[in-house]
Design a protein around this ligand. Sequence first.
Ligand code: GLV
Ligand code: MN
Ligand code: MN
Length: 417
Amino acid sequence: MSGQVAVEDFEAMWASLAPIGRAGDGGYYRLAWSEADLACREWFRRQANSRGMVVDEDVNGNLWAWWGGPGPNAVVTGSHLDSVPGGGAFDGPLGVIAGFAALDRLARSYTIPPRPVAVVSFSDEEGGRFGVACAGSRLMTGQVAPEKLLRRADAGNVTMADAMRSSGLDPNRCGEDPQRVADISVFVELHIEQGRCLADVGAPVGVASAVWPHGRWRYDFEGQGDHAGTTRLADRRDPLIPLAEMILATRREAERADALATVGRVEVHPGATNAIAGRASAWLDARAPSAGTVRKVLDAVTSTATEKCHRHLVELTSAEESWSDGAEFSVPLLERIAGCVAAVLGDAPRLATGAGHDAAILAARVPTAMLFVRNPSGTSHDPRESATIEDCLSGVDALTAVIADFLEDSELSGPRL
Ligand code: GLV
Ligand code: MN
Ligand code: MN
């Protein structure tokens, strides 16, 4: 590790990552295993190599940069580098860059850390290409069967197995990685906040208390294509009518249940102005503080879609693409890291979030915590997502203090946390 740094190195890391996968409107397209994603992976390797860290790609394509070499009782930080289509610059990369920056600071105090430390970049966190969120961390922790994931296809009919293969990974080796998980004594993910809680209370950094359960479902509406200028309304089997009703039901049921539910993606075939569509698909994303509430919204939306399809002679099929249980983070652990943050920045608010994270997947297996950095507008999954450099550096200060606290704890082990 080099031992220098701070603002210049932090900004240099951003500057070298920023052009990768950025479209003309500033939105990022870093879908898993795409060319842009592979370039981000190369960027990660360069960052690690420039610090003399050992880079290790696990069987699920997650990238690990080790300070002090891989080994047991490791302190791990990091996040992800992939994005949703048209995403912002900070969702994911902030946690990876802050991880490297925190270790740069710690390298001023340690030539060799007292226990292994890693920065990880989990593969395919967003599920923007194959529909399943947190694929890399789920596979690693054995929370999804590889067969289920690997056969999923993207919009161009490329399966996840093929995408991995063409990136040099052997999909037959994917799956649970118990030794790697057992070696993690604590995982701390730093992430941009994806709402306005910190902005509202005027705090640069907060600590996560919980991640809501959430899921994604696909609805396929099969109707009958026909001529827009000659087919009588009574004779139509237009799949877009029940699809539109399903979108309205999504909003209505979310309001009723005090949940969040969204249809952010539809596909219409063939998509001609002067033709009734033959088929259409819509994807529902639903989230709430409890799994029961999410299921209630889902059931109500499906029931409306079914009834409207029946009325318009449209065939409906629906399927779950992704389910995330959510997590309640360990209170002693989150209070411990809140104490570290308070020592450098003052009181850190605790907040629950509806956004999904690898940390929520890891929390089911290892002691896990999260830090959030203020996002002034609260906007995320959009090019307007932002954080000031001052707040990002406050995040690095907080993360450095948290990692230092774990490095100094000679009794660090799962049960105590
Ligand atoms: C990921 O950011 C998600 O919340 O879907
Ligand atoms: Mn995201
Ligand atoms: Mn993220």
